[in-house]
Design a protein around this ligand. Structure first.
Ligand SMILES: [Zn+2]
Ligand SMILES: [Zn+2]
Length: 178
């Protein structure tokens, strides 16, 4: 818990800096794909303003992740440099900053984990890592979309009739007669 007490803040503000356990922040690793570090670094300043406290600063961690193209494990620095939250005082004078800082770091995670923009990924034919070896497979004739198989489907009237004759109910009747 990253705790903040209103009475600790003077008019110069209060600097809060250190490490928080990732598990305490509810950051749990998801198998091999995403591994959170033991600790998350935060460096924020709390300032008294009219009616509350403004907390601003940064939070940072280094995660272990897996490239979606080549499946390599790599480390990635994830940081949020523009932490900024307002805490209303009055009924409360003690605050837990953890939930907001957790959100800040989670929304800073990339949508796609790619080890580098130049990552060649795995060969579609032999499966070798193209960053490591040039397997020489000819992929020019290979169309890239996994939806290509759908193009082979035919939706003409004839085909539709064909499917009807093999309908399940008819088969059942035949089975009974036998
Ligand atoms: Zn990669
Ligand atoms: Zn290949």
């Amino acid at each position: 818990m990253i705790k903040l007490c209103e009475n600790q803040i003077d008019y110069n503000g209060l600097k809060l800096s250190g490490y928080e356990k990732a598990s305490e922040m509810g950051l749990d690793s998801e198998g091999d794909f995403l591994r959170f570090p033991d600790k998350v670094f935060y460096d924020v300043t709390a300032v008294l303003v009219n009616g509350g406290i403004v907390v601003s600063g940064r939070i940072e961690m280094i995660i272990g992740c897996q490239c979606v193209r080549c499946l390599k494990d790599y480390d990635l620095k994830v940081s949020c440099e523009d932490v900024c939250h307002f805490y209303e005082t009055g009924s409360k004078s003690e605050f837990d900053l953890t939930p907001e800082l957790r959100e800040d770091i989670i929304i800073s995670l990339p949508q796609n984990f790619i080890c580098s923009a130049e990552c060649g990924g795995l060969c579609q034919i032999c499966g070798k890592n193209k960053n490591v070896t040039d397997c020489g497979c000819n992929v020019s004739g290979l169309e890239r979309s996994c939806w290509n198989e759908l193009d082979k489907l035919s939706f003409s009237g004839r085909n539709r009739k064909k499917t009807k004759t093999t309908d399940a109910p008819k088969n059942k009747k035949r089975a009974r007669r036998e």
